[in-house]
Each structure stands twice: as structure tokens, then as C-alpha cells.
Design a protein around this ligand. Structure first.
Ligand SMILES: [Ca+2]
Length: 309
């Protein structure tokens, strides 16, 4: 795609990420063996296209630069856990604090800035225009975004020098959206969209310059999906007014090597595994019991006393 803003992607980073992922798997296995009876319903990763180890920067799509209101992907979830817990989006910030030191909205904090960002979770059902029409879950959170480091003389331009001795124009970070309180049970196939306003685009354009014009959503390096599957590595969902487009969160093809959006979904089995989870209004969090007693009986009878599952 001509309209992508690319961060540098070094092969060594990818190799490091793969090694890191193996380490996590081994650690998780040891924990599972040591604690066979978890005290809490486990939250599992059911889709993951984010880097196992966050690199200095990632490939990304800039919303203001590409006239974008919403960007996302159609994915298939792994495993059987379906009670939505979190969506994590790997993003890239290109904004410098020095450019906003005189902007009263941002001048008080030279470490980070905040911006409301929305995550939408849709089913895979599309309307006659090809737009997802069944919104299963949505949340808008004020996300803390690290300013990207100042330019390094060694890079000879606007880029900063990272610990890996490579120069980058953006800084990667993970935005975590806690959606567990929505008590949503996911289908196996979901379309995820990430939306936020920039100066000229989004649901409610801000109409003045700001660091949000330098805020991007990450694209998975080498289209690496470690859990679940991307429906198509050449396709995304994209709501854009870029020349040739007319808006609407629709399937967009021809994204070779960049058609996998960098997000992760976690979900739990949505069932209590210990009666303590029923106490102190814990039964309410499962969305399936009439009262604490129902919840306790469900655990005590090893899931035979099933009220509404
Ligand atoms: Ca895709």
C-alpha cells in the first residue's frame, strides 16, 4: 500500500520475538503444573497478532494521513473460551512532546498524553453495503500514550535511536481495553475495529492539529498470528475517505504483507471454578446466575446444575 507509514522492521527483532514467545509458553506450562486447580476462571488468549516482545516501533497505519475513521480485521478465535475479557491493540505514536510544549492540552506532561480510543467488536454479519451490522461490544477508553523520544543526532534526521541501534520515527505501545464488565459471549468469528478522532477524520473530527494526527494502529510484522487465524492476510476492514473510497467500515483487499492488524483478544470460559468466586457479588460477573446460591450449586455439582448456560 502506498499510503502506509512504515516503521523500520528488523529481522532480528522478529527472531527475538519468536524466542520470547517460546519462553512464555514454557513458563505457562510450569505454572499450570504447579497449580492444577486455579482459584479463578482463567483468561486465555484466543487471538494474537501482537508482537510477543514489544519492539521499539511497528509497521502502522496513520489515521489522519489516510483519512481513516476505523481500521480493523476479521479473525477466527482459537480454543473455546468466549467470555470477552480484553482487546489489546499494538499502536505506534509518532508525536513529539516538543511539538506540543506550548499546547495547554498537553504541556503539563512530558512523558505521555491521553486520547479517547474506541474498540468495537462485531459479529461477521454484514449489511447490504458490506458493513458489519451487529455490534457485540464496544468501549471507549482514555488511553495513555507515550511521547516518542526526541530525534537522535546519530540518526541524521527526525528519527530516534533505539536500544537496538536502529532509528525509528515512531514508538510502539500496547493499548489494553478491559471489556470484561460487558459480560459478552463471543462467537468464533469476530470483526474488530479501532476508532478515534483526528483533526479531520473520525466520528467527531477535532478540527485542530494535535498529537492524534501522529497516532497509528500497528500492523503485524510478517503477518504473524500466534493464536487463532486471520481470515485473510491480504484483507482488512477499513472506514476511510481516502481518494477512491466513500467511507463505511468495509472489507478492503490487496494488502499484501500488511493485511493483519496487530491486536490480541483474551477471553475466559465464563464459568466459576471455585465457590469463592460466587461470593461478594462475584456471581453477578458471570451473567448466568439468579443469585449466589445458584452459582455455588453450579460449582458444587461440578457444572451439572446449570441455570442458563
Ligand atoms: Ca486480515
Amino acid at each position: 500500500m502506498q499510503n502506509l507509514t512504515w516503521g523500520r522492521c528488523m529481522r532480528s527483532q522478529f527472531i527475538k520475538a519468536r524466542v520470547g514467545a517460546l519462553g512464555v509458553v514454557v513458563t505457562g506450562l510450569l505454572l499450570a503444573l504447579a497449580m492444577p486447580f486455579s482459584a479463578f476462571a482463567a483468561s486465555n488468549t484466543v487471538y494474537n497478532a501482537t508482537p510477543a516482545v514489544l519492539p521499539p516501533n511497528v509497521q502502522s497505519l496513520g489515521y489522519e494521513a489516510t483519512s481513516t475513521a476505523q481500521f480493523g480485521d476479521y479473525v477466527h478465535l482459537a480454543g473455546t473460551s468466549r467470555k470477552l475479557d480484553t482487546v489489546t491493540v499494538t499502536m505506534s505514536n509518532w508525536a513529539l512532546y516538543s511539538d506540543y510544549v506550548n499546547d495547554a492540552r498537553y504541556s503539563a506532561n512530558n512523558v505521555s498524553w491521553t486520547h479517547p480510543i474506541t474498540v468495537n467488536v462485531y459479529s461477521n454479519h454484514l449489511d447490504a453495503n458490506g458493513v458489519p451490522d451487529t455490534l457485540l461490544a464496544t468501549t471507549t477508553q482514555s488511553v495513555s500514550i507515550p511521547w516518542r523520544p526526541a530525534a537522535s543526532p546519530a540518526c541524521g534526521g527526525t528519527a530516534w535511536l533505539a536500544d537496538d541501534n536502529n532509528c525509528y520515527n515512531g514508538k510502539a505501545f500496547n493499548a489494553v481495553f478491559d471489556m470484561s464488565s460487558l459480560n459478552v459471549t463471543l462467537p468464533d468469528d469476530v470483526i474488530i475495529g479501532v476508532a478515534y478522532n483526528t483533526a479531520n477524520y473520525g466520528a467527531s473530527p477535532i478540527l485542530q492539529a494535535g498529537p492524534y494526527n501522529s497516532l497509528n494502529v500497528g500492523i503485524s510484522a510478517n503477518q504473524n498470528v500466534s493464536v487463532g487465524t486471520d481470515d485473510s492476510i491480504n484483507e482488512v476492514f477499513w472506514d476511510t475517505m481516502f481518494p477512491g473510497y466513500s467511507g463505511g467500515f468495509k472489507l478492503d483487499a490487496n494488502w499484501p504483507a500488511s493485511g493483519t492488524v496487530a491486536f490480541k483478544i483474551t477471553a475466559s470460559d465464563g464459568k466459576p471454578t471455585n465457590k469463592d468466586q460466587c461470593k461478594n457479588d462475584g456471581w453477578k460477573t458471570f451473567g448466568a446466575f439468579r443469585n449466589q446460591g445458584d452459582c455455588v450449586r453450579f460449582v458444587a455439582t461440578e457444572e451439572q446444575n446449570l441455570p442458563t448456560y
